[in-house]
Design a protein around this ligand. Sequence first.
Ligand code: KIV
Ligand code: ZN
Length: 503
Amino acid sequence: MKNKVYIFDTTLRDGEQAPGCQLNTVEKIEVAKALEALGVDVVEPGFPISSKGDFDSVVEITKAISKPVISPLARAIKGDIDCAAESLKYAKRKRIHTFISSSDIHIKYVFKSTREEILQRAIDAVKHAKRYVEDVQFSPMDAGRTENEFLAHFVEKVIEAGATVINIPDTTGYCMPWEFGEKIKYLVNNVKNIDKVTIAVHCHNDLGLATANALAGVVNGARQVEGTINGVGERAGNTALEEVIMAIKTNHGLEYDLGINTKKIYPTSRLISRLMKMPVQANKAIVGANAFAHASGIHQDGMLKNKQAFEIMQPKDVGLDETQIVLGARSGRAALKHRLEQIGFEISKEQLDALYPKFLELADNKKEVNDEDLQMLMGREGDIKQKIQIDLVEVVCGYPLKPMASVKLKIDGTEHIASMTGNGPVDASYNCVNQIINDAHLLKKIPVLKEFLIQAVTKGSDDISRVNVQLEHAKKMYYGFGSDTDIVVAAVRAYVDGLNKLV
Ligand code: KIV
Ligand code: ZN
């Protein structure tokens, strides 16, 4: 099928490398299943040599999904490749993805080596991977900044060694779309046997050009696009797959076959945002909260006359329900379950039974329960497993009072309570938590609060707040997240979430 464009998802590898986006094995399996339902062709489930946890997650993912090809990452090092091969023992469809840099700047400064030596390592790595699997993907890292002539020579040699997929990464997000397109065209025209392999593109978004570069790659001959959902990834992230998919789908004469169920895009995006605790910016293309919101009078008027006047795709194409059910105190379990599924939650009957009374409690406090509220309620389910749990947060504050807080925490089941003042209710509550950390000898040193971010999510004063914190402890960073209708409680939740990761 010459016009099939394969979608390679690296949310669980490149995406998960982004600060604060780390997932545990159970969460990774949930994401992998959602990606399978979305219809991606290849899943990069992790970098098995990087840790035992990553290795184990890859193994579990290979047991949980069967349709996509599973392609763990390995440096061009025998031990990495052996480990990747081992992680694939239960996989139905296997590929090993190995890489080494090809740009002069990386060869000289990162590897302190020469072009010849690096090329030999690439060839040896591909041959070694071939001992385990037929399907071997090779990436010349920083290909975006590699001279085209040398890149072509490099690629030809790794094809000769047995690579079946050649991935061209713009690792630093440096290329312009026309340069990147030219690079792919150059390889198509100058590499012997390039027609026997699939060319892939892997673009980073440092200049906001990742989607444009990926598309430029495709129109010049690439047939695999690599990226992540919501564009998550290191620095400015990777190509947002939902953007490439919908760009191909929106009638530009790009007649490529994609095996994607676009109606799963929105739920998958929400699931990943929730699990990674990485909010999607409101004006993000395709999946942002405002992506289909028409605010200006002229636009609204045009929309009422003919939707296509201002809409190039329909919300339902990406799984967004136009007629969103408004949930409230009279909504039943079926409506609650339906909405949860639409925003990416799978929920068993038992979970629904446990959640429903909490939903009604919230609905009594708020007229309308929105998606953010539901995410908060679902997130709260996870609290049960944590080492430190919040039992009580009470504050007295206001003008001209001195803010004062009392916090009760359970640490491994034992209750601890503290009352402190502060320069505001959040400060007073955090002082209580710190006091408890000291009293319970939980840590030798109190973590340093490096960042504190409050977001009021939606419109009204009764809506929920989300708080993200960054804690520094023993030269490492920990990320915490909390949400609640009460801003102080959300702040304490975020702090305790960060502490739970730390302890
Ligand atoms: O950006 C990059 O170069 C990568 C490679 C490992 C493919 O992620
Ligand atoms: Zn990358």
